[in-house]
Design a protein around this ligand. Structure first.
Ligand code: ATP
Ligand code: MG
Length: 340
């Protein structure tokens, strides 16, 4: 089976509906067709100032949510990045193959550092894409006919994936064929979800207001309220129209994704009935979809030792692959082996 690698940062107390419908739900589906490696990337989370206790908590919550939505340690490998030190080691090697100007062209760095100002911007934020490249390339299959390494990415990560391919190619060229070039793709079922209060911008952990974002761990009461208060557009028609009706269109996208239906079917169902019933039904659908995730997450977090053990198992399997890749890398780069 082709390999797939994907990571997510533990930078909030909960993932949100955009993370779920745009990325994480596809992770669950890929387990059956792929040899999947999924990573809670806590090393990436310290590129901005952070609180240690909060980071540890958020890493566990993130992992628990992934397990709660159906990532299964028997069918895939779920682990916490910092438990596999090869991520940082390969990042050093790849960083030495990355041009300073090349890294400086990454638009995400330019955006984030412009917001933070130069004194708050760390070298870690600058080299973030190199760490991301090493996250992916550590899990390369052996190069050869039919070897595939796939990376589901959002639009915002495209440039980083392109850099990853460039670095893999550069390494292969200088030191011998080592890495399969990863293929990025935007999964067909991925839906871009926008802010409930500002439906023309994406729902985001860092930018959305509490009323604009739906956390996966939200209780049913507040959840229903949020959906009912979501910004809709003038008019009364439930119609899929990105330009004229971004609010309703976003809600229809959520409805379709969670209910396994299409915008056309939703339009037909609510023809002539206005926004009220539509929103009420949507609220029920969202509550039904998120309740089991919330409950399972809470159950997993109630036994921290057990959760940590489960994650340690993932780290062990990830380490087996990562250490093999690094042995080859060290040898090809010219480091002296310890012998046996
Ligand atoms: P931040 O604001 O810190 O960038 P975020 O909410 O954008 O956080 P990320 O951790 O950057 O979340 O993204 C995790 C995954 O979720 C990525 O694959 C990203 O493409 C996807 N994603 C994030 N927001 C949305 C959204 N609104 N709709 C669809 N997919 C999303
Ligand atoms: Mg983001």
């Amino acid at each position: 089976a082709p390999r797939v690698f994907s990571g997510i940062q533990p930078t909030a107390d909960s993932f949100h509906l955009g993370n779920y419908l745009g990325a994480l739900r596809q992770w669950v589906a890929l387990q059956d067709s792929h040899d999947a490696f999924y990573c809670v990337v806590d090393l990436h989370a310290i590129t901005v100032e952070h609180d240690p206790a909060l980071l540890r908590h958020r890493s566990r919550v993130s992992a628990a949510q992934l397990l709660a939505m159906g990532i299964d340690q028997e069918r895939s490998t779920l682990f916490v990045q910092s438990q596999v030190p090869e991520h940082a080691e390969l990042a050093w090697v790849l960083g030495c193959l990355t041009g300073f100007g090349e890294a400086g062209r990454m638009t995400q760095f330019k955006d984030k550092s412009a917001k933070q100002g130069t004194s708050a911007t760390t070298v870690g934020l600058f080299t973030y894409p190199v760490l991301m490249a090493s996250d992916i390339l550590l899990y390369t299959p052996e190069p050869g006919a039919g070897a595939r390494l796939e990376v589901p990415v959002g639009e915002d990560q495209r440039q980083h994936l392109e850099l990853t391919r460039t670095l893999a190619q550069r390494f292969n060229h200088r030191f011998g064929d080592t890495f399969v070039l990863p293929d990025g793709y935007i999964p067909k079922t991925a839906a871009k979800i926008t802010d409930l209060q500002e439906p023309t911008v994406k729902m985001s952990k860092s930018a959305s207001s509490p009323q604009g974002i739906v956390d996966l761990l939200e209780e049913p009461g507040p959840l229903r309220k949020k959906i009912m208060r979501a910004v809709t557009d003038t008019g009364t028609e439930v119609r899929y129209d990105e330009a004229e009706k971004p609010g309703v269109t976003n809600l229809m996208r959520i409805f379709a994704a969670l209910d396994g239906t299409t915008p056309d079917a939703i339009e037909a169902r609510y023809a002539g009935s206005g926004y009220g019933q539509f929103k009420k039904d949507l609220a029920a659908i969202v509550v039904d979809a998120l309740t089991p995730i919330r409950e399972r997450t809470q159950a997993l977090l109630a036994d921290e030792d057990e959760l940590d053990k489960l994650l340690a198992r993932g780290a062990e399997r990830a380490s087996a692959v990562a250490s093999r890749t690094m042995e080859i890398v060290r040898d090809r780069v010219g480091f002296v082996g310890r012998g046996r």
